[in-house]
Design a protein around this ligand. Sequence first.
Ligand SMILES: *Cc1c(COP(=O)(O)O)cnc(C)c1O
Length: 430
Amino acid sequence: MSDTESYGFDTLQIHAGARPDPATGARQTPIYQSTAYVFRDAEHAAALFNLQEVGYIYSRLTNPTVAVLQERVATLEGGVGAVCCSSGHAAQIMALFPLMQPGCNVVASTRLYGGTVTQFSQTIKRFGWSAKFVDFDDEDAVKAAIDDNTRAVFCEAIANPGGYITDLDAIAAISDAASIPLIVDNTSATPYLCRPIEHGATLVVHSTTKYLTGNGTVTGGCVVDSGKFDWAASGKFPSLSEPEPAYHGLKFAETFGPLAFTFHGIAIGLRDLGMTMNPQAAHYTLMGIETLSLRMERHVENAEKIAQWLEKDDRIDFVTYAGLDSSPYKKRVPKICPKGAGGLFTFAVKGGYEACIKLVDSLEIFSHVANLGDARSLIIHSASTTHRQLTAEQQEAAGAAPNVVRVSIGIENAEDLIADLDQALSKATA
Ligand SMILES: *Cc1c(COP(=O)(O)O)cnc(C)c1O
């Protein structure tokens, strides 16, 4: 599809990146289940390996089905390019990898998906990287945390699990002033509700496992590049601005301009880390994205109804949904995610840990799973599952205290979901 600038979101979510298959005319994007691609001749092969010509070599690097998804997500996010990966967690490593060196740190929000807190506070230490966690509502704390070794600032647009909304413009102003890229995990919001690049994000990462696929079938991730960061200006990103020994001295920023990060992600990131998305996963995610806006509208509509119902119920202590008038984050909704605060929030049950456990065991429509962004409604007691590796303070800071459950509201009939919560709360608090 040409001239993607002029089309609306609903058109782009179906068409961006896709064209009828040149060999067969197939209207739907084929699953190119092939590991390798025949070179026209030796000269063609050499040009591909030199990155002088764009094309397909081997599916660890690029695959035509995955490439359609890359272009689709990049278009929906308003980026110049994207690299798909095997999972959201892979996307986070792929986003940091070109930026970091041993001794470098990322300044990250305390309000993050629990798995990200663990990845950043524990696992990245093995690479000699570290994370400094701060409250991203405290702008002075974010500023103070950035030091000479900081190479990225990282937050979620709508933060898991509480559904809190980050003031992306304020954080982008801070990272800009420090000439540090801002990475925004846009998994919970999706580009339908929030477009972080318009708020100053350098890179957007996704767990495509969630709303983009939307049906709980495949894991995947994506790193979208805004193309707007000047990698050479500060001298802090030599892998992008200086001759890269891992690619026979290629200078990515000089050679590829705004696409430097994307090319680096494929030519070095996927080549050497191998966190590649497979074409089957890309297919399922492409199918999901076709209905993203329709689903997100319903997720938001249902979440609003259910959050309002829960808030009035005396078995509940509080509800964190940013779409509620009682939420301190409500004022950020029109600016950051004008089409709604998403489908994800937490609520606290009177009766604490035990009542939460009984609640999740008593629900019939809601499934007790460690996932979100599915068409079906999901619930999890974070403190005993996704956030159980965290300390009590980290749980509290992440909005996952023991008396709290997280729901991912699906696209079923809201009245059925409310009735299910009602019967399970009766059992839980009896
Ligand atoms: C699920 C999730 C991740 C991790 O993604 P995987 O696909 O499970 O690896 C990262 N960030 C957020 C906000 C998530 O919800």
